[in-house]
Write a new protein. Structure first.
Length: 551
């Protein structure tokens, strides 16, 4: 029976910024529309003029106020709602859950205590232990001394982040004591209320799952696999749906996601991120984190699966059973096509920002590539995201690529000044993987350039490479002057740390941005690009997929 006062207040995501984008505005708007469809009056609180949630006709009432405790309570005093929705406004809204609960405000869907359970390190570890879910070793710290002791106990490299983090903000991979000291000085200078989390960094295949839960059953619309290994924020990773996993691992993902969603008391959405890590005894599944709220992958997954995730989550929040919603439970059926989400960046508009990707999110948008094969979907996604598909000619055809594989829209080398070079400058830990990557570009006919250690590694594998000096080695003829020459099509740079704007590696990547040269900062992304260039796909011969028919 509908209560007499049937008003619900939805909290938006506040000002859009890197790390929190329009995906959360999408979720808020879809929630408002579905609440209105169910007969409720809806008021929304959001202070961003450039979003649909603040359009005059989206909700019954709009409060253009900051999402702060005082301002939200002022609105609630006027509206006197039956409940507040915090799960669709990203980190900004979810942070208010505990405060609102303490004021006696009803949180619709997942409770404030369950939200805290997912964020509180000790409580979450206890839950994982009880459910027999593996997770990287981790500790919580408040001081630099505690951080150094924790890192020594866990073992480098470690992932450091504040709790209740938004968009990976202020997250780093620390590889030594100097990194830990530098990080803690920055964090302590800003002042922290919550502890800093330090986890063992485990390099493996990353994946994420969005679940819809009603407290008794779970629907999993899909499992997404990241192209890049762990260490790069999920918002900056290329994500492939459906992911390709061994049947045993997939069954484990589904079972653990169901167990965790139910144990958290989820009513609505929960996003869970995992990694598959080979510990020497065979691949195993580890959980990275769980967020009992809407995620940035929800619009993408809703579109490519045909599952209206926000509508179903909203109905689950209000007590409806997932099993009665018409989409079944467990893992939703897989489509007969692949969908790839590729991030888009705006580094040319951001002065002095390093393009090196890591745990802190830097992308400002994304595109979607859909095709009947995984390879073509990745090609379409990368091309749409703005990657230049440069394919040099060698003796009238590409080495390893049919001559007809080159489309009219793509750059083809015709003279000495055409950009047909690839510059490699990767860190020492990536050197064992460099020969396989370099060979892909070499066989495509690219001219290879590399800094000293990189060049030696490539030469030992039997490829011709041009040695390039670093700036401190030769002021007049070095990597910077090479980029200025117009010979370079791609830069592969994974070296050094990006928190120091005067570091040579950072300056190299910034110069690539200024010269409109594609700069790749992950070995996995570079492999994906090389595979695209070696494929027969072009924008002229790319297939069309009608997802309205094929879903």
């Amino acid at each position: 029976m509908m209560p007499k006062n049937k008003t619900i207040v939805v909290l938006g995501s506040g000002p859009i910024r890197i790390g929190q984008g329009i995906e959360f505005d999408y979720a808020s708007v879809q929630c408002v529309w579905n609440l209105k469809k169910l007969g409720y009056e809806v008021a929304i609180i959001n202070n961003n003029p450039e979003t649909v949630s603040t359009d005059f006709d989206t909700a019954d009432r709009l409060y253009f106020e900051p999402l702060t405790p005082v301002d939200v309570m002022n609105v609630l005093a006027v509206e006197k709602p039956i409940g507040v929705v915090v799960a669709f406004g990203g980190g900004t809204a979810i942070k208010l859950a505990k405060f609102l609960d303490e004021q006696g405000i009803k949180i619709l869907g997942t409770s404030a205590d369950a939200i805290d359970l997912a964020e509180d390190r000790e409580r979450f570890e206890e839950l994982c232990d009880r459910l027999h879910i593996n997770r990287p070793k981790g500790l919580t710290v408040f001081t630099e001394v505690e951080a150094l002791e924790a890192a020594a106990k866990i073992g480098y490299p470690v992932l450091m982040r504040p709790s209740y983090v938004l968009g990976g903000q202020n997250m780093i991979i620390a590889r030594n004591n100097a990194d830990v000291k530098e990080y803690m000085k920055i964090i302590l200078r800003a002042g922290i209320e919550n502890p800093v989390l330090i986890d063992k960094y485990m390099e493996g295949k990353e994946l994420e799952v969005d679940c819809i839960c009603d407290g008794e059953d779970v629907l999993i619309p899909g499992i997404m696999e990241h192209i890049e290994r762990t260490g790069i924020h999920s918002g900056d990773s290329i994500a492939v749906y459906p992911g390709t996993f061994e049947a045993e691992i997939e069954a484990k993902i589904v079972q653990q996601s169901r167990d965790l969603a139910l144990a958290l008391g989820t009513k609505g959405l929960v996003n869970i991120q995992y990694l598959i890590y080979d510990d020497g005894n065979g691949d195993d599944l580890y959980i990275i984190e769980a967020n009992p709220r809407s995620s940035r992958t929800v619009p993408y997954l809703s579109k490519v699966t045909g599952v209206p995730m926000i509508e179903l989550a909203t109905r689950a929040m209000l007590g409806e059973k997932v099993s009665d919603m018409g989409y079944g439970t467990g893992l939703f059926r897989k489509p007969n096509y692949f969908a790839v989400k590729v991030p888009v960046f705006s580094f040319e508009k951001l002065m002095d920002v390093d393009t090196h990707l890591g745990p802190e999110m830097k992308s400002t948008g994304e595109v979607l590539g859909i095709a009947t094969t995984r390879e073509e979907a990745i090609f379409k996604g990368m091309a749409a995201a703005g990657w230049k598909m440069i394919r040099p000619k060698t003796d009238g055809a590409l080495r390893g690529v049919p001559a007809e594989g080159v489309g009219e829209n793509e750059v083809v080398a015709e003279g000495e000044t055409s950009p047909t070079g690839v510059l490699f400058s990767v860190r020492a830990t990536d050197l064992p993987e460099l020969p396989d990557l370099a060979r892909k570009f070499y066989e495509l006919g690219f001219t290879l350039y590399a800094t000293s250690g990189n060049a030696d590694t490539i030469e030992r594998s039997g490829m011709t490479v041009n040695h390039v000096a670093k700036v401190h080695e030769n002021y007049h003829d070095n990597v910077m002057t090479l980029l200025e020459s117009g010979k370079i099509a791609y830069v592969v740079s994974t070296s050094a740390k990006g928190r120091d704007p005067v570091a040579e590696s950072v300056k190299l990547r910034r110069l690539a941005v200024e010269r409109d040269i594609d700069c790749i900062t992950s070995i996995d992304t570079a492999h994906a690009l090389a595979d695209c260039l070696a494929s027969p796909f072009t924008l002229e011969n790319a297939s069309l997929v009608d997802i309205n028919k094929d879903i």
